[in-house]
Design a protein around this ligand. Structure first.
Ligand code: ADP
Length: 437
């Protein structure tokens, strides 16, 4: 229980960390996106205002210059009281003399009450600036108009071109608000998404974690039993130091049995660990049932017959398969060993094959005790034994079928069990046939 609660705390912490990092990633993404969108909106607004101002500046500066001694008929005066049709609507023009006195008071009309608060600051010449007067925002530029300018109103004076930008400022502000609100909403959505993403992505980790812990626990448990027996037998023999070996044959042979059990268990564990780490190297070769099925099962005939059981072999298909013969041999040993173990005397063990579409199937059937439907799936799990007490006697650890399943999976095949009527079970192994094109 303690271990479990500690594990779930670690899992929860891990989940929380993952959640935070997803949220942080979303926040960084949204902020960057927001800043880029906002900046480009703001700068394009300012650009269009500055373009207007620039038009004004050039229209003021680029009027033909008058030669001082030229008084010909073509000399035309531009009446600055007539507004330039191209001039932006909200533009105001302030003309200052060298001393900073406002010269075009009359042309400003009622705007004068606001604009009179603006002083000439010669330092800002040719710099675009944003000025705030009476809570009104203006984008402005100060230029010095040449004395030769043909408009006497401007000639030789400082001209401050001001463009009211309250509307633009308001739309920037609105845009900023909309952006903030929509990003907040999206962030909340991201929060929910992140929560589920975290949950989903943690599922396989939690599952494999649990499996790993279970596997280690089971393995330790399986190792402990034979070790305890060996320890007991050795301690017992120590209490009889004067006995001859022949007198203590029983504890010695029991210990040896347990040692061989330990041996097979560690080999099985090693096999499974290698499958898990995908470090098992398979030696695939093109081969036929005659070589990977018929040959390896020959020795089984004698073993099975010696136990007063019948062994029938009906292998007559001849497809080509790509497989690792040693691994398939290991698979056959597991299945035939089980069939023999769980079939009583006078029972029949049969191996036969068939072709199903593009798959080659071989079936190992027995007339033994059979397997209940509930256990049919579970028996391929690690350390699963239908009847624990009985199987300890028969020497199994419940790892055989788990290894069998891995071997078949490594061959892109499948393995399943079905009932053999009227009693017993059938293990079906399905492997892909190699087609020669
Ligand atoms: P074990 O080493 O215990 O045989 P396996 O993984 O090979 O482990 O098998 C798991 C369990 O499946 C066995 O303990 C047994 O209960 C059941 N089983 C396997 N093969 C057969 C079979 N041919 N007939 C009945 N039960 C079987």
């Amino acid at each position: 229980m303690k271990l479990k609660s500690k594990q779930s705390t670690i899992t929860r912490r891990q989940q929380f960390r993952l959640f935070l990092s997803i949220m942080a990633a979303f926040a960084v993404l949204f902020l960057t996106l927001g800043l880029i969108v906002f900046n480009s909106f703001e700068s394009s607004t300012y650009k269009s205002i500055d373009k207007d101002i620039h038009t004004q500046v050039t229209s003021i500066q680029n009027q033909p210059t008058i030669k001082p001694d030229f008084h010909g008929p073509n000399n035309h005066f531009v009446d600055n009281k007539k507004p330039d049709p191209k001039a932006p609507f909200q533009a105001s023009i302030l003309v200052f003399n060298n001393k900073g006195k406002l010269l075009n008071k009359s042309s400003l009309g009622n705007r004068y009450s606001v604009l009179k608060n603006i002083n000439l600051n010669k330092k800002n010449i040719n710099n675009k600036q944003t000025i705030i007067v009476n809570n009104m925002n203006f984008r402005s530029v100060l230029i010095k108009v040449s004395k030769n300018n043909n408009n006497p109103m401007y000639a030789g004076h400082y001209v401050l071109i001001m463009q009211n930008i309250d509307n633009q400022m308001q739309s920037i502000k609105n845009f900023e608000e909309i952006l903030l609100i929509s990003f907040f909403i999206f962030w909340i959505i991201a929060l929910v998404v992140a929560y589920f993403l975290t949950k989903i992505s943690m599922l396989p980790i939690i599952k494999s974690w649990k499996q790993q812990t279970e596997f280690v626990n089971d393995a330790a448990h399986e190792l402990r039993t034979p070790l305890t027996i060996i320890q007991g037998k050795l301690e017992y023999m120590l209490t009889k130091p004067n006995q001859k070996i022949i007198d203590e044959a029983e504890p010695i042979s029991v210990s040896l049995d347990e040692v061989s059990r330990l041996n097979s268990l560690t080999n099985n564990l090693l096999d499974l660990a290698r499958f898990d780490q995908a470090t098992t190297k398979l030696n695939f070769e093109l081969t036929k049932p005659e070589y990977f099925l018929k040959d390896p099962i020959v020795p089984f005939k004698d073993i099975i017959n010696s136990q007063s059981k019948v062994f029938q072999i009906n292998i007559d298909q001849n497809p080509t398969l790509n497989l690792d013969r040693n691994k398939i041999k290991q698979l056959l040993i597991i299945l035939l060993d089980n069939a023999t173990k769980y079939t009583p005397k006078n029972g029949t063990i049969k191996i036969y094959d068939q072709i199903e579409g593009s798959k080659y199937q071989f079936v190992i059937s027995d007339t033994g005790m059979g397997i209940s439907d509930a256990d049919k799936k579970k028996i391929f799990g690690r350390f699963y034994r239908v009847d624990k007490s009985r199987n300890t006697n028969s020497g199994g650890h419940g790892l055989g079928l788990a290894i069998a399943k891995q071997i078949v999976a490594n061959h892109n095949g499948s393995i399943f069990v079905r009932d053999n009527l009227p009693h017993g079970s059938e293990f079906v192994v399905e492997l892909p046939i190699k087609h020669n094109h």
